[in-house]
Write a protein that binds this ligand. Structure first.
Ligand code: HPA
Length: 276
């Protein structure tokens, strides 16, 4: 459970180091997509180890630091490294960075992740704007006493904001990056899916599958943040080729698409910063 105390003390430790930075947009960087954190202007880097209540990230490809600064003249907070449920973290802990970013002023959450392609037309290296998700983690970060200001029963009829999705599509078109849209299924992991599970996911209407994002988005919606998200398709989901899946492959494809991913995020921030 996330104590209000954790949020307040994390936000105040970070806030003291931000100088004049007033973050409007929080960006969570998925596996292999961390490069953007190094390209933030006027950056303040804060290792998770220095933030009260933040566990230290244990997964290769997730550096575990918060970077506050500016992208396209918009103040942002980037979270490089997230808290996965498969690491043993609670769903509330997975949502903690979102609450802290909100306490520091962010009202838009941009999530990114690495995901396996369930829809047969998706290829490794494709970028997919998330239009909706299916929570198959059997966990919810909002279980327990209502945290100050939360909705008890948040509406989830538009988890990924319509206007922000349009911005992503426009930016992709402007800069010539092909994108697709689809539904992300969030599973607990850490084992990858079986071929039968992948067939089930396809039957359920999922286009991509991963092990993150859902708790963060549920948290953001409960506190009224608008959300946009992009999955980087790093592999065909299990059983769709005769290759076994590996985290190494996931990171490698992430690295390969970093440039286009970064341009998409920059364009997004530039356009989303003025929206309400
Ligand atoms: N399944 C689950 N999570 C993932 C995958 C996958 O195929 N690829 C990257 N993250």
């Amino acid at each position: 459970m996330t104590a209000t105390l954790d949020i307040t003390s994390a936000a105040s430790v970070i806030g003291e180091q931000l100088g004049g930075c007033r973050p409007r947009i929080a960006i969570i960087l998925g596996s292999g997509l961390g490069q953007l954190a190094d390209r933030i202007e006027r950056a303040t880097n804060i290792p998770y180890a220095d933030i009260p209540g933040f566990p230290v990230s244990t997964v290769a490809g997730h550096a575990g630091r918060l970077v506050a600064g500016s992208i396209e003249s918009c103040d942002v907070i980037a979270l490089s490294g997230r808290f996965h449920l498969y690491e043993g973290h609670s769903a509330a802990t997975a949502g903690l960075p979102v609450r802290v970013a909100h306490a520091l002023g962010a009202r838009v959450l941009f999530v990114s992740n690495a995901a396996g392609g369930v829809r047969s037309t998706l290829r490794p290296g494709d970028l997919m704007i998330i239009e909706d998700h299916i929570n198959l983690m059997w966990r919810n970060p909002l279980i327990g006493p209502v945290v100050d200001g939360d909705e008890r029963f948040p509406d989830m009829s538009e988890p990924y904001d319509h206007g922000l999705r349009s911005i992503l599509r426009e930016v992709a078109l402007d800069i010539g990056i092909p994108v697709t849209e689809g539904v992300y299924a969030g599973l607990l992991g850490p084992s990858y899916e079986t071929p039968a599970e992948v067939r089930m996911l396809r039957w359920m209407g999922a286009d991509a599958v991963g092990m993150s994002t859902v708790p963060e988005v549920l948290t953001a919606r409960a506190i009224g943040m608008r959300v946009a998200g992009v999955s980087c398709i790093t592999n065909h989901a299990a059983g769709m080729t005769n290759q076994p899946l590996s985290h190494h492959e996931v990171l490698e494809v992430g690295l390969r698409v970093q440039e286009s991913f970064e341009r998409l995020v920059r364009g997004f921030v530039g356009k989303a910063r003025g929206t309400r």
